[in-house]
Ligand binder design. Structure first.
Ligand code: ZN
Length: 194
């Protein structure tokens, strides 16, 4: 596919129109459709239309969650909303997306219960269901799908959570016995307590 479409006007003017750049959301939608058609449908599971975005789960950086699926009842458009963490590379993103699509299939009703497990194992996932990810066979399928999709237009974000630094009140320490005592800031100019 060419990187630009050319429109030749009736005169000599040539206008080059670049195709809209592929956004992460469009890429995720394409990936979700491929997963739904290639993996879920042959097993008899219908993936509903979903909204997929890059974003932190509701727990933010404090949470270890790398993906989240919201039930349809929470959204005004009555669609499942899925978020995949920006801290993932392309493979981990599609792996996480596959996990979240299982939640969309049952509209998050059974969390990681036996209904989830049944679909996850059928797909070829392994591990504790809460963090179920692709086993070796599914991994190969995901890598194939990934190779057939356009490059993931995303740079993995090395996100760091900065704790709110709560300033502690200063302490004075006796040079002889080591006894420590908190000194309010307003008295610091008076020097160490006697
Ligand atoms: Zn889950």
């Amino acid at each position: 596919m060419s990187t630009a479409d050319k429109i030749q006007s009736s005169g000599d003017l040539t206008i080059e129109i670049s195709p809209p750049s592929l956004t992460r959301e469009v890429w995720l939608q394409q990936a979700a459709i491929r997963l739904a058609n290639d993996l879920f449908k042959p097993l008899g599971y219908e993936v509903p239309e979903v909204q997929v975005s890059i974003g932190f789960a509701s727990g933010g950086l404090r949470s270890s969650a790398i993906g989240q699926c919201w039930p349809r009842s929470r959204a005004d458009d009555n669609l499942n909303h899925i978020f995949v963490a920006p801290s993932l590379n392309a493979y981990d993103t599609i792996d996480t997306l596959a996990h979240e699509l299982i939640h969309a299939v049952d509209n998050c009703e059974h969390k990681h219960g036996k209904e989830f497990k049944k679909i996850a194992l059928a797909l070829g996932m392994k591990g504790p269901m809460r963090g179920a990810s692709a086993g070796p066979v599914l991994k190969v399928r995901l890598e194939q799908i990934l190779a057939e999709l356009p490059p993931y237009p995303h740079g993995k974000l090395n996100a760091i959570h900065h704790r709110n630094s709560v300033s502690k009140p200063p302490k004075a320490c006796c040079a002889i016995c080591g006894y420590k005592v908190t000194v309010p800031k307003r008295f610091l100019h008076l020097g160490a307590p006697i």
